[in-house]
Design a protein around this ligand. Structure first.
Ligand SMILES: [Zn+2]
Length: 221
């Protein structure tokens, strides 16, 4: 799944991006309430001139991608609780109701697990829009007394505990480290294994030694 950052401007009408600093404590789950809109449609709506409501969110996810519309360290208006914790201290995730529902939910589970993992959080940080304001949202997870919501949390937990691809990614460098990791392999500073493993002192010295040899070679050219 592709993750696109496409922030709405600070000048977006109706105060949709107030620019208030936020230190998030929760992740709030929504579904869009629109059976036909994609993530791109939802993002476009935020900056559509016929949109007159003060409502926004941080990330929208559909069957093929996730789009971040507001930085995760700024307030968005999605929880319906005024200046409560939902709006002021939670990251709002909109799940699209269009397209392949199973694939969309799988993407949402992976996205949410990644956000939790990056922050060292567990599923106790997850909230429904319903928890903040009583609204039936995310409505796609509401049938049978919120059975879908319980399943969603179990799926996120499974992903966090290493059943899913978040754990498999341990064999790959993180996105932010890919360039440096490839350089390290080419320069023969690392053997290219266990990118996210811990390092011992003898390995540090070996890598420094490898770097020294690499520099000598480069300087002789
Ligand atoms: Zn909602």
């Amino acid at each position: 799944m592709q993750y696109i950052i496409d922030h709405i401007p600070r000048t977006t009408p109706c105060n949709r991006r107030p620019g208030l600093a936020m230190s998030p404590q929760y992740i709030t789950i929504h579904s869009t309430g629109n059976p036909s809109s994609t993530a791109r449609n939802e993002r476009a709506w935020l900056t559509n001139s016929s949109n007159k409501v003060t409502a926004s969110w941080h990330i929208v996810v559909d069957e093929k991608e996730a789009i971040e519309a507001i930085p995760l360290t700024e307030v968005a208006w999605h929880a319906g609780d005024g200046s409560g914790q939902g709006n002021r201290a939670s990251i709002g995730i909109e799940i699209c109701e269009s397209g392949n529902r199973a694939k969309t939910l799988e993407n949402a589970v992976k996205l949410v697990a990644k956000l939790l993992k990056e922050r060292g959080w567990g599923i106790d940080r997850l909230r429904r829009h319903h928890d903040w304001s009583g609204k039936i949202c995310p409505r796609i997870l509401q049938p049978n007394n919120w059975a879908g919501w319980e399943q969603f949390k179990r799926d996120v937990q499974k992903e966090l505990s290493g059943g899913g691809s978040v754990a498999q990614d341990k064999n790959q460098p993180s996105t932010w480290a890919k360039t440096a990791w490839e350089w390290g392999k080419q320069a023969k500073i690392t053997d290219g294994t266990s990118p996210q493993g811990n390092v011992t002192r003898e390995q540090v010295v070996t890598m420094l030694n490898n770097y020294h040899e690499y520099l000598m070679k480069v300087l002789q050219k």
